[in-house]
Ligand binder design. Structure first.
Ligand SMILES: [Zn+2]
Length: 208
């Protein structure tokens, strides 16, 4: 794929939309009111909008390595705050994926430079579930289980934020954990028990 091709593709994309609706971009420029916020991995194979079949304006999106929600990361915390308090999304999704390079790197003790503090957040999840994970002898199954657990723990991090707890109380905002299976193209709902997690963290993290 050459860089010039991108601009050619863009021209075709613009004319395709204008053919169907001459006001398409005019309307798009008026503003956004997405129903949900998606936090996913930067992996080039996990194309958020395409795999969900959504159009521009429908989903507020944040992507980083291994779909992390570190409590001190200003980037993801700002996205959550803006999405919840200003755009008024009603659902937040943390979407992980099988064969995630970030999760895989965190499973091997190695010095990866600037990536170390980022991956440490996933290593912390591994440490929390070490006994469960190390009972799984099949390496691929253990890798997949860590992907699930990481999504679950990042959902907990989302739930710990004051803005999310406030929106849950006010308008029943919900948090979901999903996994994208690159091998089949399927999106799996982990059916995270949001009320139970909220109840579990409330004593310590309730901010509202
Ligand atoms: Zn990934």
């Amino acid at each position: 794929m050459k860089i010039e091709q991108v601009f050619q593709n863009n021209k075709e994309w613009v004319s395709k939309h204008l053919e169907q609706d001459k006001n398409y971009f005019k309307n798009l420029s008026k503003g956004q009111a997405p129903e949900f916020l998606y936090i996913g991995c930067s992996d080039s194979r996990v194309t958020a909008e395409t795999l969900m079949g959504v159009q521009p304006g429908e989903v507020f999106i944040h992507r980083n390595i291994a779909n992390m929600v570190p409590n001190t990361d200003l980037n993801v915390m700002s996205v959550i705050d803006y999405g919840v308090a200003h755009l008024k999304v009603n659902h937040i999704v943390v979407c992980g994926h099988y064969y995630c390079g970030g999760v895989q790197a965190a499973m091997q003790p190695a010095d990866l430079g600037i990536l170390n503090p980022w991956l440490r957040n996933i290593r912390d999840v591994y440490r929390m579930y070490k006994s469960e994970l190390e009972e799984i002898t099949d390496e691929e199954k253990r890798f997949k289980r860590l992907v699930h657990l990481n999504v679950q723990e990042q959902c907990v991090n989302v739930i710990k934020t004051a803005v999310v707890q406030k929106a849950h109380k006010e308008r029943n905002l919900k948090v979901h954990g999903w996994v994208f299976d690159i091998h089949s193209g399927e999106l799996i709902d982990l059916k995270i028990d949001f009320p139970k997690i909220l109840e579990g963290v409330r004593d310590i993290y309730e901010l509202e």
